[in-house]
Each structure stands twice: as structure tokens, then as C-alpha cells.
Design a protein around this ligand. Sequence first.
Ligand SMILES: *Cc1c(COP(=O)(O)O)cnc(C)c1O
Length: 399
Amino acid sequence: MTAWTISDIRRLDATDPLANRRALFSLPDDLIYLDGNSLGAQPLNVPSAVATITTEWREELIGGWRDFGWFDLPDTVANQISKIIGAETGEVVVCDTVTTNLFKALSAAIQLRPDRAVVLAEEAAFPTDVYVARSVANLFGKELRLVPIGADVADHLDESVGVALLSHVDFRTAQRLDLPSVTSQVHAVGSLALWDLSHSAGVMPVGLGDSGVDFAVGCTYKYLNGGPGAPAYVFASKEHLDSTLQPIHGWMGHSEPFLMTDEYEPAPGARRFVTGTQPIISMRVLGAALDAYDGVDLVAVREKSKSLTGLFIDLVDQQCAGLGVTLLSPRDSALRGSQVSLHHPEAVPIYERLVEAGVRGDYRTPDILRFGFAPLYVSHMDVWNAVARVRSVLAHWNS
Ligand SMILES: *Cc1c(COP(=O)(O)O)cnc(C)c1O
């Protein structure tokens, strides 16, 4: 283990190719923000995007749908996300919530494997994912099979599985699955892979197209900085799009919404996943926020993410030994997302003390402290200072 010194930290920041991105964000000076995995920071261009859309609305009224491209926003904002997740134009649409998109994508996938009896999901998954998997499995008369916590997905796959719903990065522990190889395992038994990218998109290359992923969903208010309640996205591979029918047939996903016909005719491409009228103000905010990714090399983002989380782990090992925390996240950076979780029996009051000390991570009850590292705006010096404060809070707690 490296015995880090402050000059090492300065050197890491001085050679960081993403260091200039921090200036695109508005963050309180006295705060070390390590919760970008729950709610991303506000990009500086957001207030003017809000001002623009409110002016459009005031001045153009209904004309804004056509004149200002409101109608097309689910597709135009999706084009920004496609680049981040490695999809092609037309395979992604921005709409609704992750929960709703999971419902639609899972239902669509099940209908492509009608003879398969099992829906596979993970016991460790984010609760909404498990709730939706159970509800959709029930609706379609399928059996829900949950991969137990800590078990290998491959050991629970067989030819009865129609679709596997998987988290690229686990929200509790930051455990990261190897998306290409797990997708191949899913395909090897003839199943379809539906990935939840909520904790990976924006902090690593995802490469959906290269891996042959069938469906995916993800959140935009975490690392993608879209703001509270920003609309989610859904991906369907071009291979499936024309044969895919999601179950919520809405007029905004119709090929000709303004003809107001009796018959539902799905729009081409992923647009068919749109249900009703979308939150245009939030869409505009999201579109502006995603500009922070313009020209960003996601390989460099991943490298910085590993560097930040690895440094945090090393410093906690060195400075917080014997103070009651243990590491829950993988030590191997290849198996880790952009978050580090620590176990402490009194995580909640410790979290509160940390907030008072100017370090904003979060907790998951009862005993997990989570620290998220958004590579676009967190520096190595932030990590250094954060661990000093964690050490001080823990030392006081124990004394
Ligand atoms: C954040 C998150 C969600 C959020 O779902 P919403 O319906 O948008 O509230 C869902 N799944 C995962 C894995 C998440 O991390």
C-alpha cells in the first residue's frame, strides 16, 4: 500500500485530465460533496436553461412544442445519453422514471421469450428493481428467481430464464459486474439481458452496443446531474426494436400522435417507450447538465474514478484503522464502481456528524456509510480532506 503524502495528492490533481471540469459545476465552498451517486451537483449552465425554457413557455405558449423542439426532447436528449452508454441513435429515449421504464422494458423482454417460465433478478438489487420484477413476473404468470446476495449470476441461469434483470453496479456495496461477460452468459442460455445502469452511466464506459445488450434503463439525477426527479432513460437494442411492444401504449409514443387515431401505432425506434406528455422543463435541465460530458473521454473518467476510490480506501486503511469501520466495497478496482461503502454499527449518527464536519456522503440503514466519487467534480484533495474529517469524527465517536 502506498503511504500517501500531500505532495502525492497535489501531483495527482495537477496531472488530472478532467480537473478543468469542476469549473462547470456550482458547489458550496465549504462542502466536500460525496453524494453524486444519489443526487449529482448542479452544472453552472442549469439556471440559464431554466430561464430559457420558462421564457419559451411564456412567449410561445403552445407553439413551443413545435417551434422550440419540445416534442422531440425525449429523442434529442437521448442522443446525448447514447454517447455516454455506447448506444446508437434511435436505441435510447428519455422519459418517465427508472421504475416505469423497468416495467416497460421487462414486459417487452418477457414477451420476446414467451415460452420461458422464469424472470431472473438479484436479491441485492435496488428495491424498486425487485418490486417491479416481482410485479411484472406475477402479471405475466412467470416465476421470479432471485440470485442470492453474494452468489454468481451464472450459477442461476438456465434455459428456463427468459430475461435477467441485472445491476451494473450495486447501489449498496458498489460491486461491479463485468457487463460484457455476464451478458454473454445470459445469451448463452438463450435469455435476454436487461441492465440497470443507474450507478454506472457517467462514471465508466458502458458499451451497450459492443456487448450486445438487449435492454437497459438508467437514472439521470445521479452521476448525470439532471437534477431532482429528472426523467430516466430506456434503451432497446436495434435488433429488438421493431419487434418490441412495451405495454403502456400512450399517445406520445405513437407514430403520429397528432392524428389522434383510434388505433395505437408505435413510433419507430425507442420513441415507442414514451407514454404520455413528458416533463419538458426537467428535460431541458437534463439536456443542459449533460453538456458537462461534451468531449469527455469515459476511459479517463473511469481511470479517475478508480484513482479516487482507491485513494479513499488506502487513506481509510491508514488513518481509520481501529476506529470501527470496515470496508464493504471490493478492494479490486476492476470489481468496484465509483463509490466506497464502509460498515459501521452506528452509521446514521456518524453520517450526521460528518455532515456537520462538511463531508456529505450518505447512509443506508442500518449500518452502511456510502461515499460517492463523481470524477467530473471531485478531486484527490477532496478525498484527502474527507478522510481526515472521517478520522476525526470516528476518533471523537470512540473517545
Ligand atoms: C436511483 C435508482 C432507481 C430510481 O428509480 P426512480 O423510479 O427513478 O425513482 C432505480 N433503480 C436503481 C438501481 C437506482 O439506483
